[in-house]
Design a protein around this ligand. Structure first.
Ligand code: PHE
Length: 342
């Protein structure tokens, strides 16, 4: 019996076979267990020799089972390690590094240039009340500018008595919020996202503007012109870029001007800062007295300029990008092509 099981255990090929053998030998109804039960029918003399012998056999079989089990586990582990062998000296696969989005890069460039001229950065909410976005900026309820801006209105449930909210259509509400809180004098830019229901090659429903605001006792349009020419020269890295002011109208500035920068077309390529062509880049003017008053600043004491510029638009000009929509498609091939991603 001993030799039979020792041989069988040695020959077991896996843990399942080993378990079968355990049941067969020392399980409740196993061969050795049954023999032990027969001890009761033996004479005391027989029992004295058979008892210890059976117990020893049972111990030996259990020990053999345990040893074999450990051996099988070792073998399985060795087998697995052989299959999973890893060469840690192999070079790793190259990982591409994340980069800052071009609009964020350009926003940082703009911020740095204006910071050099003493402008602080202000921010406002992208969801604002129609009072900040329109009324305080001298655009009353019936004003056509509201319709022109293709405003996204926030839905209001029946009985909701909060003031109407909109996705801000420009960064100009930040003028009001800033002056309300900090008063005059002030000198800020306010970059950020704005929204209008519009979509084509040069318009996306979300885009970026940077607002400028400088209020003091005697700030004039001449200061505005200087600041903008300084800015464009630094931004496009071309000395002495000229600007052209065209009379215009905004409800929140008086007088108002649209500003063009000097440019030309050479062999179908746009050149900024040279030639006698002009390209519109922003809206501006002297802050309307009603706007100052709405923000709690006394228009008899203070005056200043404001401007609003499309960040995406001047980014397109700087990097020669023809389609604005591509900025927001997150296509890595596009980002790499323009050097915005590695
Ligand atoms: N808010 C205007 C726009 O979005 C731009 C502007 C800003 C004009 C400040 C004048 C002064 O078109």
């Amino acid at each position: 019996l001993r030799n039979k099981y020792i041989d069988l255990i040695a020959g077991a090929s896996d843990e399942g076979a080993l378990e079968d053998l355990r049941v067969q030998a020392v399980g409740k109804k196993g061969e050795i267990s049954l023999k032990m039960r027969e001890l009761g029918k033996m004479t005391p003399e027989e029992r004295q020799t058979a008892g210890p012998a059976l117990n020893a056999l049972k111990d030996e079989i259990n020990a053999a089972l345990a040893a074999k089990k450990a051996g099988l586990a070792d073998a399985a582990l060795n087998e697995r390690l052989k299959g999973e062998w890893l060469d840690v000296t192999l070079p790793t696969r190259a990982m591409r590094q994340g980069t800052i989005h071009p609009i964020s890069q350009v926003t940082e460039e703009i911020t740095a240039i204006f910071a050099d001229m003493g402008f602080a950065v202000a921010e406002g909410p992208q969801i604002d009340t129609d009072w900040y976005n329109f009324d305080a900026l001298n655009i009353p309820g019936h004003h056509p500018a509201r319709a022109e801006m293709d405003t996204f209105y926030m839905h209001r449930a029946e009985g909701d008595d909060r003031p109407p909210h909109v996705l801000r259509t420009h960064t100009s509400p930040v003028q009001i919020r800033y002056m309300e809180k900090h008063g005059a004098p002030c000198r800020i830019i306010a970059p950020g996202r704005v929204y209008r229901a519009d979509y084509d090659q040069t318009h996306t429903p979300m885009f970026n503007q940077v607002e400028g605001l400088a209020i003091d006792k005697d700030i004039s349009m001449a200061n505005l012109k200087w600041v903008l020419e300084e800015f464009f020269s630094a931004f496009f890295e071309i000395d002495g870029i000229k600007t052209r002011f065209r009379a215009s109208h905004f409800p929140f500035t008086e007088p108002s001007a649209e500003v063009d920068i000097q440019c030309s077309w050479v062999d179908g390529q746009l050149k900024i800062g040279e030639g006698d062509g002009w390209l519109e880049v922003l809206g501006s003017g002297m802050v309307h007295p009603k706007v100052l008053a709405a923000a709690g600043v006394d228009p008899n004491e203070w005056q200043g300029f404001a401007f609003g510029m499309g960040i995406d638009r001047i980014a397109m000009l700087k990097y020669g990008i023809p389609d604005l929509r591509a900025f927001f498609d997150s296509d890595l091939r596009w980002l790499r092509h323009y050097g915005f991603a590695s």
